[in-house]
Design a protein around this ligand. Structure first.
Ligand code: ADP
Length: 328
């Protein structure tokens, strides 16, 4: 059976980018396709300045939102990364397999280390080794597939390289995974800055739609989205990135095709209004279900405890095997 692993970092509130780029597909497709594991990867939230209480709160909220989005603990495994020691155990072995050169080449490291330096903060060593921990997250479960947004493909490539290298050096141990991507809205851009992705840890919340934003807030953010010069609604990612992003959002929310949708609009205003309505309707059931689940913390606790036990049961024998293979 195909084994699938993916995760979300509790570095901020979950966004529409997380939902359309990842979570929706986990819910609609991946959890039904094989043996699927989804994790709130809280160790990854410690790679930049963080507030301990906030990380704990956001981990809980992310897990609750994943359930609210439709992950079903009866058919998939949902757990918090730090509840399963195997991730950190395996990460060390993979650090002994990776080189600093290949980690320094990672685009996210380059971007985030510049930001940390600009903010006058030291660059945490874990920011450099983060893709190694991510590789451990995936390889510890023998995952075949990793459904991620486009921004994560480079990290999955590294995971493949490390798995192949480890297998060649120490004997076949790891499944070599591959990244899979949703067909639409693989990359949702910031509404205020369509050149950068809608990321939950960005400072400027005005261009980011959070899954828990109320309807008025969603409408306001979409109506204030930056558009492009000219008046024609055209689907052109290079010349009209703001309009293209709205068309992509509209298409992803309604199931249409962005180029066809472009022909249906005579003005940016009309496109924005319909996009706002579509996003509000898309998120309404998630928000409602989140409120119900947040009122029942015992249920979420149980799901996460059982999820961690199941995850541990899968990862432990594989990581033990890797320890033996490498000479320990
Ligand atoms: P973030 O960048 O918001 O911190 P994570 O690293 O937690 O996101 O990623 C969770 C999943 O959401 C990943 O599969 C990632 O590719 C996807 N994702 C994050 N932001 C976007 C976006 N703007 N568009 C599409 N997918 C995204």
């Amino acid at each position: 059976m195909t084994r699938i692993f993916s995760g979300v970092k509790p570095t901020g509130h979950l966004t529409l980018g997380n939902y359309l780029g990842a979570v929706r597909r986990w819910v609609e497709v991946d959890q039904h396709r094989g043996e699927a594991l989804f994790s709130v990867v809280d160790l990854h939230a410690l790679t930049v300045e963080h507030d301990p209480a906030r990380v704990r709160r956001l981990s809980r909220q992310a897990a609750t939102l994943l359930l609210a989005s439709g992950l079903d603990p009866e058919v998939c495994t949902l757990f918090v990364q730090s509840h399963v020691d195997e991730h950190a155990r395996l990460s060390y072995l993979l650090e002994c397999t990776a080189t600093d050169g290949e980690l320094r080449r990672m685009i996210q490291y380059k971007e985030k280390s510049v930001r940390a330096r600009e903010a006058g903060q030291g660059v945490r060593l874990s920011l450099l080794t983060y893709p190694v921990l991510m590789a451990a997250d995936i390889l510890a479960y023998g995952a075949d597939e990793v459904p991620v947004g486009e921004d994560q493909t480079q990290h999955v490539e590294l995971t493949r390289d490390l798995a192949v290298r480890f297998n060649q050096r120490y004997g076949h141990t790891f499944t070599v995974p591959k990244a899979t991507r949703p067909e639409v809205a693989a990359r949702v851009m910031d509404l205020q800055d369509p050149s950068s992705k809608m990321g939950k840890s960005h400072e400027n919340g005005a261009g980011i739609v959070y899954l828990l934003d109320d309807a008025d807030t969603v409408r306001r953010k979409v109506m204030r989205a930056v558009t492009d010069s000219g008046r024609e609604v055209e689907y052109d990612r290079d010349a009209k990135p703001g309009v293209a992003n709205l068309l992509d959002l509209m298409a992803a929310a309604t199931g249409g095709d962005p180029e066809e949708l472009a022909g249906a609009y005579a003005s940016y205003g009309a496109l924005k209004k319909d996009t706002a309505d579509a996003v509000v309707e898309l998120l309404r059931p998630v928000r409602e279900r989140h409120a119900e689940l947040a009122a029942d913390p015992g249920f979420v606790d149980r799901v996460l405890k059982e999820g961690a036990e199941r995850a541990r049961g899968t990862a432990r024998p594989l990581v033990d095997r890797a320890y033996r293979a490498i000479g320990l």
